[in-house]
Design a binder for this molecule. Sequence first.
Ligand code: FAD
Ligand code: FES
Length: 265
Amino acid sequence: MNTNIYTPIQTEVISIEIESAIEWTFRIKWEGTKPSPGQFFQLSIPLIGEAPISVSGIGENFIEMTIRNVGRVTESVFRLKPGDKIYLRGPYGNKFPIEKFHDRHLIIAAGGSGVAPVRGLINSIETNPEKVKQLTLLFGFRKPSAIIFKNDIERWSKSFPTLITVDEAEAGWNGKTGVIPQHLKELSITDKSVCDIIIVGPPAMMRFTALAYLELGFKTEQIWLSFERHMSCGVGKCGHCKIDNVYVCLDGPIFNYEKARHLVD
Ligand SMILES: Cc1cc2nc3c(=O)[nH]c(=O)nc-3n(C[C@H](O)[C@H](O)[C@H](O)COP(=O)(O)OP(=O)(O)OC[C@H]3O[C@@H](n4cnc5c(N)ncnc54)[C@H](O)[C@@H]3O)c2cc1C
Ligand code: FES
């Protein structure tokens, strides 16, 4: 039996869904340890390299990853077709602490490809609504054509209050414009003390959204963030992701703001 923690497992692409010009969802065969929403895998292509990628969907014998085409590894993944080989090791990292949100009003604010890590969490609450007392969704995208998971968002919006905003409108867009922090006051919140807020997205979006919530009177302990740091091993050995005493790969990627305010860029 192979016990080397760095050895990836060969598997294959089942199908590919085009979400936007640069973000595609890959359904990948996976019969190993079932991941939880919030966790990630190290995905690799031989002779090219490895990249940490969050799980955006979890099913029987498959996982989904929504990948933004930005560099060496992701570019190679975008050349794959269904049936092609791909390599994974994981799942790694912690998960969203869903058990803490029981009897709480959970607000999820996600920007751009930051919707990917929370998609599995929202789907699991959709299937088991008793996991939280209430769920409110807040999504921000650069422009209407950059909206990903359109079918999911349309479906979620039938079950949960959902606000979508874009930085800049395009022809035909009749929805909201502006960044997420500009719209926080539009959400119906009856009792701030029962809320928890998950914020996932680009560093500036996370920073300003967290600050806006703090200005509204929420406490640092009520805010949860998911971080994307440069990683190498993914298992707490190499120190690539280490900031002070925190290993983002092991202790995160999900942190309470109280514990991780110094990690916010
Ligand atoms: C826990 C975690 C979860 C993640 N989840 C996802 C996910 O679900 N989906 C997703 O798409 N991504 C995710 N990421 C981010 C992803 O791992 C990175 O984008 C990764 O670097 C992509 O690898 P790559 O080889 O394709 O890109 P790279 O070649 O590493 O390039 C990444 C970025 O760095 C820039 N860059 C590359 N080389 C240089 C250089 N020499 N100088 C300056 N800039 C450079 C590129 O322009 C690009 O913007 C996650 C990261 C973490 C840590
Ligand atoms: S990536 Fe190696 S210690 Fe975190």
